[in-house]
Structures are given as C-alpha cells and as structure tokens.
Design a protein. Sequence first.
Length: 134
Amino acid sequence: MAKSYSCPKCRAILNPHDDITLIAQRDGEKFLIGFHPDPGNYEAYLPSDLRTEKGELWCFSCPVCQQDLASDEEGELCELELQEGVEKLRVLFSRIAGEKATFIVGPDRKVTQKFGPDAERKSHQLAFMKYNLD
C-alpha cells in the first residue's frame, strides 16, 4: 500500500486494501462510502440507489471509532492523516457534494499540494485557518 490513510482521532487505518472507507451521513441516511486513494481523483463509490445533489453538506466519520472527521478549524473540510513512506501528512477535503478541493498539509502546517478545480477558491479558508499557502 503506497498511501496509508488513518483517522486523526483513533489512528485506525481507513484504507486497509486500497480505497478509503468512511461512514457518510446526510439527511438522516447513513452508509459506507469509498474514495479513491489518489488525491485529486474524485471517484467515489456509493450505494447504487443513492442520489446526490450538488451543494449538499455531508458528514463523514471514522468506521472504527465513529468520530466526526470534520476539521475542528473549518467545518466545511474533513481531515485525515496520510502516511506516505516515512512522511506523515494531513489531508483536508471538502465535505460539500460536487466541490472538488483537496489539500495536502505538512507537519509545519504548510500546504504542499492542492488538487481539484475548487481548490484555489477554497484556499482562502485555509489562509484563515493559518495554513501556509506558499
């Protein structure tokens, strides 16, 4: 496994095989959702009968500890830990359906990579959260 994603609360591995598995919730519905492990690939694996609407705010939680993964600093973003080799990083991604914005953040709170067509527009939220956007 090249990239290992984990819960920032309980440290459980969220992609034991490949895809990232989370609990998703919206409008009282709860279900498992899978995400592609490559940042910037917005392929998601949902139940086949589920319909999504652009702009919906979704809640994501850890399937192990069931803690909410919303960023403590910015509620429209979720946060995961990423280990790639020896490097430990944070991944922030939008919780808004249809919004494609993902950020990789180093231990010094420096944004090292941005992905998605909405990342530039979302960058102002990161600056407000005192992330270094160099």
